[in-house]
Every structure is written in structure tokens, then in C-alpha cells.
Design a protein around this ligand. Sequence first.
Ligand SMILES: [Fe+2]
Ligand SMILES: [Fe+2]
Length: 202
Amino acid sequence: MTQQQQHHEEASAKGGSSSDIIERVKKDHEELDDYYKHYKKSLKDGDGEAALKWFNQFVWEICRHSVSEELVLYPMMETMGDRGKKLADKSREDHHKVKEMLAEMESMSDAKEMEPKMDKLMEELREHIKLEESEDLALVEKEVGLGARETAGATFALGKSIAPTRPHTMVPEKPVVVEAALGLLATPMDKLRDMFTSFPKA
Ligand SMILES: [Fe+2]
Ligand SMILES: [Fe+2]
């Protein structure tokens, strides 16, 4: 492990604040992919309850991740000229699509039943992630120095804390987490921003 990796590990272990926003976003992407794989594996093993737990974990993480990107990453890109604005708009559109797909699953309570929709959602999400990493984050890397990216990374982590790690409503037999997540995603951005600024600065 390099010193930088170790620093990163330590920082994430304590919910740290000094990591590059690029690394934080990528790490979330990996986690999302991981949760999806666990969901699929649980289904394959015939464990519907475990699958639903992984589904809930996935939904909540995608929600926290999206909110934070919309609060920190995309506004930052908007300061980077037309290209930044265009990419931010495209990413917000992608998020909107994913949110609609989540809404379609709101009334489902069986992990197996939601599998086709979940697969479709993941396909969509992987496309978005590919674009976000190769275009959005590449632009940020080109335009912003490491110091400022670390500050943005701290703000990104703080943005994620608007949504608690787990909603109280997370119970295995009912995917009410979708409802909670959609509720959060439906909160107007200016209201979220107000909540956000009432947090102590990291
Ligand atoms: Fe995104
Ligand atoms: Fe993302």
C-alpha cells in the first residue's frame, strides 16, 4: 500500500475529509457496483431476504451519492465553461432517468420480482458512471488542482451526510427505502442546500 493509499484508507475509515473528490466519487461507484453484485448473488442463492437488504443498501447509497453530486460536483463543473455546463446537464438528466426507474420499483416488495427492472437500472447506471468518470471527472481533474479537489471532497462527504447512512424505515420485508430515497431526491435542491449550510464545516 502506498502512503497515499494508506492516507486515503485512514481518511475514509474515519469518514475523513481530505480525499480528492474524484477518488470519493469513484469509490462510491465501486460500492454501488458491489451492492448490485451482492444483490444478484443473493438471488442466485435463493435468499430473497438478503437480496432485498442489498437492494435497500444500493438504493440508499445511490440516493446519497446523487444528492451529493448534485450539490457539489455538478455546480463545480458549471464554473468550467460551456463544456462543464453541458456535461452537468447531461449527468442531471441521467440521474433523473435513474430516479424514474427507482420509482417504478416503489410498489414492489419481492426482490426477485424487481430483478428485470433492477438489471435495467444497473445498465443505465453503468452507462452514466462510464460517462461521469471519463468526461465529468476528467474535466475536473484537468481544471482543478489537488488542494481544491480535496476541499470539494470534504464537502462531498458532508453532502452525503444529509442523508443518514441508513433510513430508520429500512426493514427487510418491505422496500420502503425506495420511498424514503425518492422523498429525499424530491426535496428541492435549494432546501437541501439550506440544510447543508447549517452543517458545521469540516
Ligand atoms: Fe452521477
Ligand atoms: Fe456518480
